[in-house]
Design a protein around this ligand. Sequence first.
Ligand SMILES: [Zn+2]
Ligand SMILES: [Zn+2]
Ligand SMILES: [Zn+2]
Length: 117
Amino acid sequence: MQTSRSQVRGVNIDAQTRCAHYRTALDIIAVKMKCCGAYYACKDCHEELADHPIEVWPQSEWAQLAVLCGACGNEMSIEKYIADESKCPACNAAFNPGCRNHYQFYFASAASTDRRL
Ligand SMILES: [Zn+2]
Ligand SMILES: [Zn+2]
Ligand SMILES: [Zn+2]
């Protein structure tokens, strides 16, 4: 079953899954949330639209397809997304490298025991 971009949830979402919070040319990925299994444009969209707290993916589940390229609709695993340095392995669209600073909001790595808010 193919996940289509129209299934991505978010606030003021556009055709490439940009949302009200992250709108630059490079902000085109959506992330499937572990808590509800739904794709959201970003964690802030989840916070506004979902009725429950976000859950992050433990590293043991990084093989799951949980990242969607808003440019081509390709789904990739968290591992692949993190390994592939800010571009889509299917269509080569560039992703926002700044997203790296937000990994901890979506993906729990063994290294991110840092609990800053
Ligand atoms: Zn959720
Ligand atoms: Zn958002
Ligand atoms: Zn792509």
